[in-house]
Write a protein that binds this ligand. Structure first.
Ligand SMILES: Nc1ncnc2c1ncn2[C@@H]1O[C@H](COP(=O)(O)OP(=O)(O)OP(=O)(O)O)[C@@H](O)[C@H]1O
Ligand SMILES: [Mg+2]
Length: 456
């Protein structure tokens, strides 16, 4: 952190000079003002981290100056200096947002510790703000790659629902499609952005633990409960709760969650006092909740409560236009992170990636790019860098395959050869599948199965 700057405001020149000397010794940068007017003038050009402000000033009073400072910049820490006789004024100053006060006359050691403590608080706050900013950046909508029409629609709905601060959102999509990314983007774009988002993975926490994690407990609620524990729901107050994998939550817990959603209250385990919270709920699942409801695995009343704004994130294979933009964006990110200098993707590799079905969706794509970039140093992602299951998706014309066989180089896999041959036969029969199956000498259902396996 750069050096801290302090402005000292006092009408006594001697005090100003003494404080300047003492604080400069501590390594701070010092600005001096001999009146409130002068202080406010300086404030237009400089923003000190901290201001030591005398309460009794000849022109505009210390309290007035304090008010103006706080109007200009709430983050500046103000420490009042006041004589004992006007202590009640110092109290008033604290109410107006002063951080602390020093009673005159004070020892220099006292000054140092007070200033130090204030600046520690400040650096902590700055660090928190910095972290928050980073977090925001990471989950900003701008970071979400959405080239396809389908994904653009998803982002558009999410951006709109983010603004309405209490609306419950249900995100559904296969594993790795970006549900968590979207949930966080919604939170950081909502009026609750400065408050926490608490993510609860309902599938990862054992059922028995989940309840105490969510609701917390009172001391003595059970044998091991020595101290009261605040639950995750309480921690999310005024912010967002993200129930991840909600489809995996037990029916018993579903009933309790329903109550929280319905009236915003719950009890700590072993508690008798209802706790009221104000949270926005975002839930996500890779299951089909409509089906789970029909099967009786998911409460329909909870489903309707959650399904206020449903957002379905389509699998990557249904929005192929996103594949290459996503790959390039991960490439940029990883170039920086692992110090590589990849510039693009060679056409054959891009084609194979486009043809592949990505059962693990965006996560699988990201992992693939990361693996390639950490194993190879090159300018382009080449076909040969890709794992076998993706490489085999490259469509070679038949004659190229035969040529390869003849030359005995880069022999195609059986899978690929078969796919090629079947496609040729289909072409020759005008896509008449039963006729094609006859020529191939297999049952039509096998043909269907094989054709399906190319897609997913
Ligand atoms: N549209 C996108 N743009 C950029 N990155 C994305 C996009 N979608 C997903 N990702 C990235 O892909 C990875 C997987 O996303 P995420 O964890 O949000 O998926 P998920 O749907 O929650 O998966 P799971 O169901 O397995 O928990 C993350 O690294 C995420 O940042
Ligand atoms: Mg997830």
């Amino acid at each position: 952190m750069s050096t801290f700057s302090i402005m000292v405001v006092d009408d006594e020149i001697l005090t100003l000079n003494n404080l300047k000397k003492a604080l400069e010794k501590e390594g701070y940068e010092i600005l001096l003002a001999d009146s409130g007017e002068r202080a406010l003038e300086l404030l237009e050009k400089f923003r000190p981290h901290l201001i030591l402000l005398d309460l009794v000033l000849p022109g505009i009073s210390g309290l007035e100056v304090l008010k103006k400072i706080k109007e200009t910049d709430r983050e500046i820490i103000v420490i009042m200096m006041s004589a004992y006789e006007i202590l009640e004024k110092a109290v008033e100053a604290m109410k107006l947002g002063a951080y602390d006060y020093l009673l005159k006359p004070f020892k220099l050691s006292e000054l140092k510790t007070t200033v130090q403590r204030a600046l520690e608080t400040l650096s902590l706050r700055l660090r928190v703000l910095e972290e928050l900013e980073k977090e925001k950046q990471r989950y900003y909508f701008g970071k979400i790659v959405a080239q396809s029409k389908k994904m653009k629609q998803v982002v558009d709905i999410a951006a709109r629902v983010a603004q309405s601060d209490r609306t419950t959102v249900l995100l559904q999509g296969e594993s790795g499609t970006g549900k968590e990314l979207l949930a966080r983007a919604i939170h950081y774009h909502s009026p609750r952005a400065e408050k926490p988002i608490v993510a609860i993975n309902c599938a990862a926490i054992p059922e028995t633990l989940l309840e105490s994690e969510l609701f917390g407990y009172e001391a003595g609620a059970f044998t091991d409960a020595r101290k009261r524990k605040t639950g995750l729901l309480e921690k999310a107050d005024e912010g967002t709760v993200f129930f991840d994998e909600i489809g995996d939550m037990s029916l018993a817990l579903q009933a309790k969650i329903l109550r929280v959603i319905e009236d915003g209250t719950f009890f700590r385990l072993g508690g008798s006092q209802p706790i009221k919270i104000n949270v926005r709920i975002i839930a996500a699942t890779n299951r089909d909740l409509t089906k789970e409801t029909e099967k009786g695995n998911f409460r329909s009343d909870l489903f309707y409560r959650l399904n206020v704004v449903p957002i379905h994130i389509p699998p990557l294979r249904e929005r192929k236009e996103d594949i290459i933009p996503l790959a390039l964006s991960f490439m940029d990110e990883l170039n920086r992170e692992i110090k590589r200098n990849f510039k693009g993707i060679e056409p054959a590799a891009a084609q194979a990636m486009m043809n592949y079905s990505w059962p693990g969706n965006v996560r699988e794509l990201r992992n693939t790019i990361e693996r390639v970039m950490s194993l190879y140093q090159a300018e382009e992602i080449q076909l040969q860098f890709l794992p076998q299951e993706i490489r085999q998706e490259i469509e070679l014309p038949e004659n190229k395959i035969l040529e390869q066989i003849a030359r005995g180089r880069e022999l195609p896999t059986l899978y690929h050869l078969e796919k090629c041959y079947i496609k040729k036969v289909l072409e020759l029969t005008g896509h008449n599948k039963s006729q094609a199956a006859k020529i191939l000498g297999i049952h039509p259902s096998s043909l269907f199965r094989k054709m399906k396996s190319w897609k997913d």
